[in-house]
Each structure stands twice: as structure tokens, then as C-alpha cells.
Design a protein around this ligand. Structure first.
Ligand code: RAM
Length: 391
């Protein structure tokens, strides 16, 4: 995957509004790991710290030139006359809101009309009813953040039969019901990154638990499976004991309750890993308020987690990871346009330019067609203040 041309503009992104700054991402700044992401080989810890990449003002001119070159090589698509829909996992999730803002910005910049649907709950049923209404509206494309791998098959087939282009982002559905999956980072890479964090924070042995989103969430389940497989296959993890996978359903209160239950049920618990931004924020507050010795890691939004990130006993989360949700939405927006205007069909090898995110090639990964945004990025006390106002 091509390195993003705007990586060096991070500094300006951080002083601009979130929307205006969405061209720069945490993944972008992790440039040295970006090429390795395609191979899903490099643990995210090897990524360059944001501050190494961010203030590289001398590279800004070069980046601007790259952008101009990309722009002249690939004229902006004209998306006017078409309506591009996004169906998020659920309303009230700040990750989804940022993703939606990126989608909207990318599509509207090309003249397209955007419809964002946030289902009331993170369930497939709630998504089925909004997708049915989008079919009635006759939208051109639907980008879905799947609440279930298989339960959306019938409604998405109906949409496809009606001539609507279907793609997924963040959380996939059954591959034969969509054209392509905009994946934030390689599944294996996320699994390895989180497993390594658990190993580090436990000291390599003892009880740990996962606080996930919903039990059907395709993305969380894939990451959890990757972690479990690593534990089974690598003797390095033999002394780690995964006591439970709890589900907070991406609801703050349920995630809080589940965290409290984990603390109560497992007195020897050392670490909770929450691969969900909603879960990690809820768990961080519980652990920090209770001055618990249990440490937390996982996937979190810097804006929600800044007060919990720290190396000392007063903070519950030494470090965590994520990617840029705004850029993930933008990538899905550009992909939607490319599908509707026929630049791509979603087949492996298809190439297109996702605006200033750069050029992408659709890859065949684990038997399904995907576009990978970039590697996960590590947030710790050294960089959290830089990022908390970005997303
Ligand atoms: C939550 C959602 C989303 C996931 C992030 C990390 O916001 O479950 O699907 O990608 O966490």
C-alpha cells in the first residue's frame, strides 16, 4: 500500500478542526510500519512515534507536491447525481460518529449526496430495517458496518438485486454479499499487537480477560480469534490464562457492569483487554475510579482515553492502539464512489485513488477481497496529548 502523502501534515491537522484535519491519521504517521502492514507482519510497537513524524515540516513541500501529482494523475471523480449511504453499527458511539464524518466529507467533496443511518442498537435486526428503507429510497451504494456476519445476507442480497453497490467497513459481513471490505488494519496484525500488549502488561503470566463489543460483532470476533490462535500456537503465551470474554455490547453502562463483574469474579485478574472503543472507555473509568491494580489495554479513542493513559498507579491504561476512524470513513466514501462510477468492481487487483488518502489496490486476504487502511497505532503517555484533540 502506498504511503499516505499527507502524513507530514499531522501538525496542522491537530490544530485544525477534526473534520478539517482528517487527512492526517495515526496510521499515517506510523509510516515505517505502513508497508509492512500489507504483509501483516510488523507489530505496531515498531511504528514510529507520532512526534517523530509529526513536526517534519521540511517534508511538507514534498508532500504537497506529491498531492498535486496524485491530483493531476487522477482527476477527482464526479459523484453528483448519486446517493451514497452509510449504515453504522449503532447510534451514540463516538467511533461511528467520526467514521461517518469522514464518509460524509469524502463523498460531499466529490459532489455526492450522503445518507447516514445509525441504528438504535448494535444488532443485525436494527440494521435490516434501515437497509430496507435505503432500498426503497433507491440509493446508489450502501456501506455497512456489519453487526453480524450472516444475518444481513437476505437484505443485502435484496439490495444488490436492486442494483445497489454493497461494501463493508470496520466490521465485515459474509464476503459473497458485498463487493469489498474496507478493513482498518490486518486482522492478524491487530491480534498480534493486542496479544503482545497483554503479554507485556501481565508480565507474561496470569489471568486476563477480554471485554468485547457484541457477541456477533464480526470485527471483534476476528481479532479475538486471532488472539486465541496465537495463545494456542505460541508457547510464549502458555502461562497466560484467558478467564472470560465478556460482552458490553458497545453500550457504556453494560460495559461498566461487565467490567465490575470481571473484577468481582476473578480476584487474580491482572489485565483486561477491550478491543472496542466503547468498552475500553467504560473499563478505564471503573478501574481508575476503584484504584484497581488491574491494568487495561485494547483499542480506544485518544479523545476518550487521555485521562486514563499513564504509566503510574493513578492511571488504568498504560497504552492502547487504534487507527484513524475518520480516514476509515473517508476510505469507504471513496470506495463507494469508485464502485458506483465503475472504476472498480471490488475484484482483487482493482485499483483506484481514494482522494488524498492515496492509491489503493483491492487485495485477496483470507479468501475475501479487502482494502487495508493501515497498521494500528500505539497511544501512550508520550503522544496521547497530541492526539486527544484529533479524534
Ligand atoms: C467500537 C466498535 C468498532 C471498533 C472500535 C475499535 O467503536 O466496536 O466496530 O472498530 O470499537
Amino acid at each position: 500500500m502506498k504511503k499516505k502523502v499527507l502524513s507530514v501534515l499531522l501538525a496542522s491537522a491537530m490544530v485544525a478542526s477534526v473534520l478539517a484535519g482528517c487527512g492526517s491519521s495515526a496510521a499515517d504517521t506510523a509510516a515505517p510500519a505502513a508497508d509492512a502492514a500489507a504483509e501483516e507482519a510488523a507489530p505496531a510497537e515498531e511504528a514510529a512515534p507520532a512526534e517523530e513524524a509529526a513536526p517534519a515540516e521540511e517534508a511538507a513541500t514534498e508532500a504537497a507536491a506529491d498531492t498535486a501529482a496524485a491530483d493531476s494523475a487522477a482527476p477527482a471523480a464526479d459523484a453528483s447525481g448519486s446517493t451514497y449511504a452509510l449504515v453504522t453499527k449503532s447510534a451514540g458511539n463516538p467511533f461511528m460518529e467520526r467514521m461517518a464524518s469522514g464518509f460524509q466529507e469524502a463523498v460531499e467533496a466529490q459532489g455526492g449526496t450522503v445518507v447516514i443511518q445509525n441504528p438504535e442498537a448494535a444488532t443485525p435486526d436494527a440494521q435490516i430495517s434501515v437497509i430496507q428503507s435505503l432500498i426503497s429510497q433507491g440509493v446508489s451504494s450502501i456501506a455497512v458496518d456489519g453487526n453480524d456476519a450472516n444475518a444481513l445476507t437476505a437484505v443485502l442480497t435484496e439490495a444488490k438485486d436492486a442494483g445497489i453497490k454493497i461494501l463493508t467497513l470496520d466490521s465485515d459481513v459474509a464476503p459473497d454479499t458485498r463487493t469489498v471490505y474496507c478493513n482498518q488494519a490486518g486482522v492478524q496484525q491487530i491480534g498480534e499487537t493486542l496479544m503482545e500488549a497483554v503479554y507485556d502488561l501481565t508480565g507474561g503470566e496470569g489471568d486476563w480477560a477480554i471485554l468485547s463489543a457484541t457477541s456477533q460483532a464480526t470485527n471483534q470476533n476476528a481479532w479475538i480469534d486471532a488472539m486465541k490462535k496465537l495463545m494456542e500456537s505460541d508457547s510464549k503465551y502458555a502461562k497466560l490464562n484467558l478467564v472470560e470474554v465478556a460482552y458490553g455490547d458497545d453500550e457504556p453502562q453494560k460495559s461498566t457492569d461487565q467490567t465490575q463483574a470481571l473484577l468481582q469474579n476473578y480476584p487474580d485478574l491482572k489485565v483486561i483487554c477491550a478491543p472496542t472503543t466503547v468498552g475500553i472507555a467504560a473499563a478505564a473509568k471503573v478501574l481508575q475510579d476503584q484504584k484497581s491494580a488491574v491494568k487495561l489495554t485494547g483499542l480506544g479513542l485518544p479523545s476518550e482515553m487521555a485521562e486514563y493513559i499513564g504509566d503510574d498507579d493513578a492511571h488504568s491504561c498504560p497504552y492502547m492502539y487504534l487507527w484513524n476512524p475518520i480516514d476509515l470513513g473517508r476510505l469507504a466514501g471513496y470506495t463507494s464512489i469508485a464502485l458506483v462510477d465503475g472504476t472498480i468492481t471490488g475484484a482483487a487487483g482493482d485499483k483506484f485513488t481514494a482522494g488524498d488518502l492515496g492509491d489503493y489496490t483491492i487485495e485477496e486476504i483470507d479468501g475475501s477481497t479487502q482494502i487495508i487502511l493501515g497498521p494500528p497505532f500505539k497511544f501512550d503517555p508520550s503522544n496521547i496529548d497530541e492526539w486527544k484533540s484529533v479524534y
